[in-house]
Design a protein around this ligand. Structure first.
Ligand SMILES: Nc1ncnc2c1ncn2[C@@H]1O[C@H](COP(=O)(O)OP(=O)(O)OP(=O)(O)O)[C@@H](O)[C@H]1O
Ligand SMILES: [Mg+2]
Length: 465
């Protein structure tokens, strides 16, 4: 086992012993974190990664070594604990092993024996990490079969995604909030050549700008106030796998330069270091904002945009694939309430008619809302959130004028009906004007006029090539 780059936490109340251990371990290339108090050591573990923990069993005042081992085990920390005992107190060491310590060394320390134990404990810790990682992966596993949808638009999107999954190109997934961008990102990763590797997600919009760089690329000890030990960033964790940059439009310009370097050179630099580290990961980005517009507004670097968007996968909003609503609703009912709960007809219709500005996430929430309120195993319309229950048929929207006269309402309903009728025809015919006009029983010229009137672009209905 290579000791270089490993971080070891040593907890002992005796300062002279800590210095001795520090010298021994640093000579082997390890990073050492020393703590004299077990409580402080525990606090440190809550926010930091170490590869091995060594703790003295006898620490007078405050938490003793045995309690410390128990607490580390309770928090399921993914590193082994080696305990250190005074001469002739082997029984206590055996107790510690019973509650989960990996091994023990007696003081005064025999450094040859210590080296062997450290190697074994690091090996074992690494294996535990790998198992924890695989278990997590199984929990979050999404393959294309569990990406649900039957509408033509959705099937087209899924087919394109399956084709993209076989490649290694960087991909931009665009679509409104809640429409399934992350679901697709995970499915593409899992089904692709890097499916065995890690998938690491970063939400670029949710992390404060000053922390984002260290989250992404890691930092060296002492790089800034509070950087008490080295930390590996998400890019290094994603080595051999995929990194998912969610809300990529929110990435500050200063970091866009660094990301560009990571994409182009396949190397990153930890904050506070000038040594480049090689990383090999596929980048899937997602955005619910128009990234092209962000480029035009000088908020997003054009060179980075083209690097990230080698291919774009557009996920259509749920309102444009109403055929998916019943299937998704049934899926969420099963997921949250089991097989025996049904959705009645009026509720089904309300779900289909609603506009779903929050897309699939809003649909799942609406179903959960109804399940929480139901008495019998049937979801009725009145159990749905009011905005869904009271939604007008899709073709109806109140006129945009103040005067809510019958004439205005009629014009609006007819206008909306006309628009959705045209959209349906174009969708059926994949944007083919001649076929759509013929379906609708009107001339090509009339259809063109109507497209202009309703600001519809037939090209939007053509399948992605
Ligand atoms: N096609 C689908 N099949 C099954 N579940 C889906 C599908 N699409 C979305 N979901 C579910 O809907 C929720 C929202 O999906 P997801 O998080 O992928 O959306 P998003 O586009 O990434 O949203 P945001 O822009 O807010 O990040 C999740 O719980 C997800 O499991
Ligand atoms: Mg998302």
């Amino acid at each position: 086992m290579e000791l270089k780059d490993k971080t070891i936490l040593v907890v002992d109340d005796e300062e002279s012993f800590l210095s001795l251990m520090r010298r021994f371990l640093e000579k082997k290339g390890c990073e050492v974190r020393a703590e004299q108090l077990a409580d402080l050591a525990l606090d440190f573990l809550k926010d930091n990664h170490v590869d091995l923990i060594m703790a003295d069993l006898r620490m007078p005042g405050g938490m003793d070594g045995m309690e410390f081992v128990r607490a580390v085990k309770e928090m399921k920390y993914p590193a082994e604990v080696v305990v250190m005992t005074g001469h002739g107190t082997v029984e206590t060491a055996v107790e510690a092993i019973k509650i989960g310590a990996f091994d023990f060394v007696e003081k005064p320390v025999d450094f040859d024996r210590l080296s062997v134990i450290i190697n074994n404990a690091l090996d074992s810790g690494q294996l535990k990490c790998r198992i924890a990682f695989l278990e997590n992966k199984i929990k979050g596993y999404v393959e294309f079969d569990s990406v649900i949808g039957v509408s033509d638009r959705f099937i087209e999107t899924k087919k394109l995604a399956e084709r993209i999954a076989r490649t290694e190109v960087n991909l931009l997934i665009s679509g409104e909030s809640g429409c399934g961008k992350e679901v697709f990102a995970r499915a593409i990763h899992n089904a692709g050549p890097r499916g065995e590797g890690p998938l690491v997600a970063i939400n670029c919009g949710a992390i404060a700008e000053n922390l984002l760089e260290s989250e992404m690329f890691g930092h060296e000890k002492g790089a800034f106030t509070g950087a008490v030990s080295r930390r590996i960033g998400h890019f290094e964790h994603a080595d051999g796998g995929t990194i998912f940059l969610d809300e990529v439009s929110e990435l500050p310009l200063s970091l866009q330069v660094k990301l560009l370097r990571a994409v182009q050179e396949k190397e990153i630099m930890r904050v506070g270091s000038s040594r480049p580290v090689k990383v090999d990961c596929r980048i899937i980005s997602a955005s619910n904002k128009n990234l092209e517009q962000a480029v035009a507004d000088n908020l997003f670097r054009e060179d980075l945009y083209y690097r990230l968007n080698v291919i774009e996968l557009k996920i259509p909003p749920l309102r444009e694939r109403a055929d998916d609503v019943p299937l998704l609703a049934a899926h969420f009912v099963r997921k949250h309430a089991g097989e025996d709960v049904k959705i009645d007809r009026a509720a089904s219709e309300a779900l289909q008619n609603y506009y779903w500005p929050g897309n699939v996430r809003e649909l799942e929430n609406a179903i959960q809302h109804a399940i929480a309120l139901m008495n019998d195993p049937v979801i009725t319309a009145d159990l749905l959130p009011k905005r869904v229950f009271c939604s007008q048929p899709k073709n109806f929207a109140p006129p945009e004028t103040d005067a809510f006269t019958l004439k205005n309402a009629q014009d609006s309903v007819v206008g909306d009906f006309e628009k959705s009728f045209i959209v349906d025809a174009l969708r059926r015919n994949y944007g083919n004007i001649v076929k759509s006009a013929s379906d609708m029983g009107i001339t090509r010229q009339t259809l063109h006029k109507m497209l202009k009137k309703h600001d519809i672009n037939a090209k939007d209905f053509k399948p992605e090539s």
